[in-house]
Design a protein around this ligand. Structure first.
Ligand SMILES: *Cc1c(COP(=O)(O)O)cnc(C)c1O
Length: 301
């Protein structure tokens, strides 16, 4: 199942205010299944196999990178996939590029009104959905559960083996990826998360809970920045769009509109404000998510 076809590339983005900035190009590790969503899926797929469950069931919004990844994994690895999409079906006609692609990848799409969607993880609601679909391995929205961590830990371990760095930085939604990186770092170096959601202070508890469940302890060598959400989840301000366009012109690398744009914006701002020790090396992770540009009128430029 370890079919990442390309080795992890690391791009030097140069020195910024005395800080060496590197970008781990996890968005290039697989042409169709890149980034952190695959890393979070990997050990869940093994568990589904162990349990003899050939169907993967999951949830997501209409432009969800996680839904897209599960659908692609289903096609590439020969699993049946079922996706429950937030919002009424009529609102999603015609299917947007993310959902159309998921369907082409073989995902059976079901639409849930917002009230049911909100209650999707309640046992009675989930049981009713499973009666509809038949037995399935259930992945939570965003793909973050305990088994999502070891795949992300592998990325941290590879970076530790290859590079001498001070800070490992990643964008956060559920925090599952950051939690996995923390377990991989095992207390070494520091980690920094940039929340893509507004009001994400609750994430600190979620992240501690995930590492606790996975490894039996929490870590102290990390921080979460909640001040670079840029207006909220899936909001792309004109300033952030311009930043992404400028970044692409300067470095030849496209960032995604929901996560990595905010991450790099935040890191450069923190560097300018002297947040990092002079002479330190910060590794940012490009977690992928480029398919989400379809929700923002296509890729810029
Ligand atoms: C989902 C996603 C994240 C956030 O991952 P979490 O594990 O939910 O914190 C970051 N970057 C990209 C591109 C994503 O798709």
């Amino acid at each position: 199942m370890d079919f990442l076809t390309h080795p992890l590339l690391i791009t030097d983005l140069g020195e910024h205010h005395g800080v060496q900035l590197l970008l781990a190009r996890d968005e290039l590790t697989h042409p169709e299944l890149p980034g952190n969503k695959w890393r979070k899926l990997k050990y869940n797929l093994q568990e589904a196999d162990r349990l003899g469950l050939a169907t993967l069931l999951t949830f997501g919004g209409a432009y969800s990178n996680h839904l897209a990844a599960v659908a692609a994994a289903g096609r590439l690895l020969g699993r049946r996939t079922v996706g429950f999409v937030r919002g009424d079906e009529l609102a999603h006609r015609p299917l947007n590029p993310t959902l159309a692609r998921a369907r082409t990848d073989g995902m059976a799409l079901h639409f849930l009104d917002r009230e049911t969607y909100r209650r999707k993880h309640e046992p009675a609601v989930l049981a009713a959905l499973l009666r509809e679909t038949g037995p399935a391995y259930v992945l939570p929205e965003g793909g973050s559960n305990t088994l999502a961590l070891p795949g992300c830990a592998e990325l941290a371990q590879e970076l530790l083996a290859r590079l001498d760095f001070d800070v490992l930085a990643v964008a956060c939604a559920t925090g599952g990826t950051l939690a996995g990186l923390l377990t991989g770092l095992a207390g070494q170096r520091r980690a920094l998360g940039v929340a893509a959601l507004k009001g994400a202070d609750f994430l600190r508890d979620d992240i501690n809970q995930l590492t606790q469940q996975a490894t039996g302890h929490t870590y102290a060598n990390w921080e979460l920045r909640t001040d670079y959400h840029g207006g909220g989840y899936a909001r792309l301000s004109p300033e952030l769009r311009q930043f992404i366009v400028d970044f692409q012109q300067r470095h030849g690398i496209l960032l995604d509109p929901v996560y990595t744009g905010k991450l790099l914006f935040g890191l450069l701002d923190l560097a300018a404000k002297g947040h990092f020790r002079r002479g330190s090396t910060v590794v940012a992770i490009h977690t992928g998510g480029l398919q989400a540009w379809s929700g923002f009128g296509g890729q810029p430029g």
